[in-house]
Design a protein around this ligand. Structure first.
Ligand code: HEC
Ligand code: HEC
Length: 349
């Protein structure tokens, strides 16, 4: 073959390759937001562990998402999950003790739902209950929706679009049973995975993702001096254990003790994840601290002497600059990509 023909064939081949690549990339970029696969975890994170008996599907996520934001599930249609787990506050809330449906203050601070898929223990006490069961419980618990499950079934059955969405999520002829509603909501909640903060970008190699102050704060956080990362460890920033950090002299809530009945668990609470902590104020199991400054000050003082206070906590003697660096590092854990997702925005929260 002459050189000329070789060049022509090569040129045609290159054009075809270009067209093919273009075609592929157009296919992988979804223009319709309902087609996005929310079961994919961020780079460097393990796969989201969906249970075998409640596998992921986009129809289930969508149904779960609509139900999560819908007040239809609560007794007098005044509360949705999002009333307390607001996407604006990383699925936590900005009031320490929000009023329940029965108008009395909740005894505990609302936890963020971010990355809950990776935990087997739920809530400040760490109850070993499946997400599906916990959500189903919320439907009738007087603290949450205080509704009757037959009433929920009736309302969903008579709804203009839910019956069809249940069929799409759970198969033809599926009825809008409340336990299926709980399964769909659990699927949505498992997709609330946050792992694209400035800190994550830094860990993946972008050395400009953190400011100098944040880098100093990170060093302090992971240092033997502060020992923050002994408890707030791993990609979730929690050891999934229970500790007392001496945030007050007197605990009204015995925390983990209620689950185990053991004296050594009195006043202990699950180490919370610190992801998106910048926007989940107020802090702690009872929401007594309004700012990160107050939280850091408590660690700096070594905590109040209380029953079962963790022996690891000692006064830290941090300088003002070090406190500021630590707080700036905590702010590097905010994941704006996650928080600004289109799928949360249309619900008006
Ligand atoms: C009245 C406010 C309120 C409502 C409504 C509410 N929650 Fe919660 N939620 C809380 C509080 C407070 C906690 C922490 C409870 C504890 O640890 O004792 C919590 C904890 C959780 C947890 C555990 C989080 C973790 O990090 O361990 C999940 C999951 C959850 N809620 C999901 C839901 C879902 C889904 C709905 C809707 C069906 C819902 N919640 C409705 C206030 C609320
Ligand atoms: C002994 C384990 C332990 C150590 C060490 C520790 N923490 Fe905590 N942290 C916890 C626990 C447990 C809580 C929840 C306490 C409660 O609610 O009463 C918590 C709560 C927090 C909160 C509030 C979280 C929320 O969602 O309300 C922040 C912020 C925080 N810690 C940051 C730090 C920093 C910064 C350090 C290092 C200076 C640190 N922690 C050291 C266990 C620990």
């Amino acid at each position: 073959m002459s050189k000329f023909y070789k060049i022509i064939i090569l040129a045609i081949f290159s054009v075809l390759l270009l067209l093919f690549n273009n075609f592929c990339s157009q296919n992988s970029v979804t223009t319709n937001s309902s087609e996005v696969d929310y079961s994919i975890s961020p780079k460097g994170f393990p796969k989201i562990p969906f249970p075998k008996d409640n596998a992921y599907s986009s129809a289930k996520e969508k149904l779960g998402r609509y139900l999560f934001f819908d007040k239809i599930l609560s007794k007098d249609s005044t509360f949705s999950c999002a009333s307390c787990h607001n996407p604006r506050y990383a699925f936590a809330n900005n009031v320490p003790n929000p009023l329940t449906i029965n108008r009395f203050p909740l005894p505990r601070n609302v936890l963020s739902l971010v990355n809950v898929a990776y935990r087997n223990l739920i809530g400040w006490e760490g109850n070993e209950i499946s997400l599906e069961d916990a959500i189903y419980h919320d439907f009738y618990s007087p603290l949450f929706f205080d509704n009757d499950t037959n009433e929920i079934f009736k309302r969903l059955s008579n709804h203009p679009f839910y019956p069809k969405m249940f069929e799409e999520a759970f198969g033809k002829k599926s009825k809008p049973y409340p336990y299926l509603a709980a399964k769909a909501i659990a699927t949505f909640v498992r997709t609330l995975v946050s792992g694209n903060s400035a800190y994550d970008r830094y860990v993946r190699g972008d050395s400009n993702a953190l400011t100098e102050s944040q880098k100093r704060g990170m060093k302090l956080f992971f240092s033997d001096r502060t020992k923050c990362s002994v408890c707030h460890s791993g990609f979730l920033f929690t050891d999934l254990q229970f500790h007392n950090t001496g945030t007050t002299n007197h605990y009204f809530d015995f925390g983990r003790f209620y689950s185990t009945g053991k004296f050594e668990d009195r006043n202990k609470f699950l180490t919370p994840s610190l992801r998106n902590i910048e926007i989940t104020a107020p802090y702690l199991h009872d929401g007594t601290y309004q700012t990160l400054e107050e939280v850091i000050e408590n660690y700096n003082n070594g905590g109040y002497p209380t029953i079962n206070k963790d022996t690891i906590l000692k006064p830290l003697n941090l300088t003002e600059q070090e406190k500021e660096d630590l707080i700036n590092f905590l702010k590097a854990l905010t994941d704006w990509d996650f928080l600004n997702q289109e799928r949360f925005k249309s619900f008006g929260y």
